[in-house]
Design a protein around this ligand. Structure first.
Ligand code: FES
Length: 162
């Protein structure tokens, strides 16, 4: 298995955890760091986070499975979260979702054969004023059209390291 987290970052988080009253405050940061480095968070990543924070894997798992942007299974290098909540639904998000599936050749929950894109539904992304919307990494895109989706996919693909 590829390295979960560089030792330097493990030590960094251990020192931070030792300096605060409630180390669990760092759980999302630790999980995100593991995910950024490893691509997703396997069971061993949950165990590592628990060890760093001095808690049980179950406590970490409770948080890891609560957030839909912590990935407990392998995903592509870019995960597309398509909003399917009410504002986006009323602005034809279903058609955008269908277009993405057709364009990428994958169903929801699947990853493209080249390992670049994973497609997932999402609850409201907080971009209702720009509905329909989707999120990839920290980028939120709104006022989606088929043309805009084509541009977004090209832009995101261009940022993937091969
Ligand atoms: S309902 Fe889609 S961003 Fe809020």
């Amino acid at each position: 298995m590829a390295e979960l987290l560089p030792q330097q970052q493990v030590e960094h988080f251990k020192a931070k955890a030792a300096a605060i009253a409630h180390p669990m405050e760092l759980v999302v940061d630790v999980l995100r760091a593991i995910q950024d480095h490893h691509g997703w968070v396997p069971d061993e990543g949950v165990e590592l986070a628990a060890k760093i924070l001095g808690t049980s894997p179950l406590k970490v798992e409770e948080i890891a499975t609560f957030y839909d942007k912590i990935y407990r299974q392998p995903v592509g290098k870019r995960v597309i979260h398509v909003c399917d909540s009410i504002c986006c639904w009323t602005r034809e998000a279903e058609q955008i979702y269908a277009y993405l599936q057709q364009k990428l050749g994958i169903a929801p929950g699947e990853t493209t054969a080249d390992g670049v894109f994973t497609l997932l539904p999402s609850c409201c992304l907080g971009a209702c004023g720009k509905a329909p919307a989707l999120m990839i990494g920290l980028n939120t895109y709104g006022h989606l059209t088929r043309e805009k989706v084509d541009e977004i996919l090209a832009k995101e693909r261009s940022t993937v390291k091969t």
